[in-house]
Ligand binder design. Structure first.
Ligand SMILES: [Zn+2]
Length: 379
């Protein structure tokens, strides 16, 4: 039991490192050939509680403590409408398990979602910014619900404790406990690798995600699109994964994208009215997007952010806001012809409409730096 006490100390960090989107998934799960796609079911009945003396109960207690800390965290996004929207979607997917799951939206500019064994789910704002429609969100939430339904973290804990990685895990977790869960990304990446779900678990969770999409008549091809889009960002960054929570040290999850695509292809005939729920998603995110974009800008990962903005532009939602941030990238980088490019983006943003009021201050600064004080004053 001493392992539990040690783990309990590190709950706040541990809850952030169910790096389940971090691992590469295999491709052998009946996506080829004529075998039917397996239908997965939960490991326990709705409302089932583990024996109080079991290791599972200990693990849940640790997460309960971490969850209590999360409820008072400054990073928690409390907006009632957004919380309602995501919780409703979770309930729609989890059905009779809905009452066991609590959603926490965390303000952190990285693509990440986690699920604790006690039903505490985290969805990070960087994920919400990158997900493009309700179907894509549903596949990620469905994946996390899948981990919960299959009790994967209990299996994982037993593996960690049973292997030599156990000691390294505790040491890293102890070191990370003082950092705060959005503090040191590098450390989180290291821990995510060490405590990641294994390939079979990821495969099962992906299959759950797919199963939920089909069940609710969401476009199953949207699942693979998430990985395609993340790949675009990564390419723009020169394939630098050193600060990537979702890819950690693993190679690009091409395999996973292919698996999800194959699943979608095999599902074509059985789905009648696919939807992506794009309008509902855009409506839910509308008033939050600017804040999340601002958080991304502050990371100063300019190439990557530019690739993300170019992708978001394709959806045509409030393009003035997106072009403002394109301008901001160039203004802050300020190399070569960046100032002229910034100016071009700002002008287009004003034409498009919907740019935030800060655009005038930024335009003034660009004029100033370009040696046009009269124009700067006018801005
Ligand atoms: Zn996962």
């Amino acid at each position: 039991m001493s392992g539990f006490r040690l783990l309990a100390l590190t709950g706040a960090i541990a809850i952030a490192l169910n790096g389940c989107l971090t691992t590469q998934s295999g491709s052998t799960i009946a996506t080829d050939g004529d075998e039917p796609i397996p239908r997965l079911t939960a490991a326990a009945a709705p409302g089932a509680r583990p024996n109080l003396k079991s290791d599972e109960a200990g693990l849940r207690m640790m997460y309960d403590k971490a969850e209590a800390g999360m409820q008072t965290s400054g990073a928690l996004i409390r907006d009632p409408e957004l919380n309602q929207y995501i919780s409703d979607l979770v309930c729609k997917l989890a059905k009779e398990y809905c009452a066991e799951i609590r959603v926490y939206i965390i303000r952190a500019p990285y693509f990440n979602a986690t699920m604790g064994p006690n039903g505490a789910m985290q969805v990070w704002s960087g994920l919400l910014l990158r997900v493009r429609n309700e179907a894509q969100l549903a596949t990620v939430l469905g994946h996390e619900i899948g981990h919960y339904l299959k009790r994967h973290s209990v299996e994982r804990m037993r593996n960690v404790v049973a292997t030599s990685n156990g000691l390294a895990f505790f040491q890293l977790a102890m070191a990370g406990a003082g950092v705060g869960f959005i503090g040191a990304v590098g450390q989180l990446v290291a821990m995510a690798e060490l405590t990641a779900y294994n390939r079979d678990q990821e495969r099962e969770a992906d299959l759950f995600g797919h199963q939920f999409l089909v069940e609710h008549e969401y476009d199953p091809y949207q699942a693979a699109k998430i990985w395609e889009n993340l790949r675009e960002e990564q390419k723009a960054d020169g394939d630098d994964d050193s600060k990537s929570l979702f890819l950690a040290s693993h190679p690009l999850p091409n395999e996973r994208r292919e698996t999800l695509d194959k699943l979608a292809q095999r599902t074509d005939a059985s789905v009648i009215n696919w939807e992506t729920g794009q309008d509902r998603y855009n409506a839910a995110l509308r008033k939050h997007r600017k804040t999340y974009l601002q958080d991304e800008l502050q990371l100063r990962r300019f190439d990557r952010f530019e690739a993300l903005l170019e992708m978001l532009l394709k959806d045509g939602v409030n393009t003035g806001e997106l072009r403002f941030f394109l301008g901001e990238i160039h203004r802050l980088r300020n190399e070569g012809s960046d100032m002229e490019t910034a100016q071009r983006h700002y002008e287009q943003a004003l034409k498009d409409g919907g740019a935030p009021a800060e655009i005038y201050r930024s335009m003034g600064q660009v004029h100033q730096k370009s040696g046009m004080p009269a124009k700067a004053k006018a801005s």
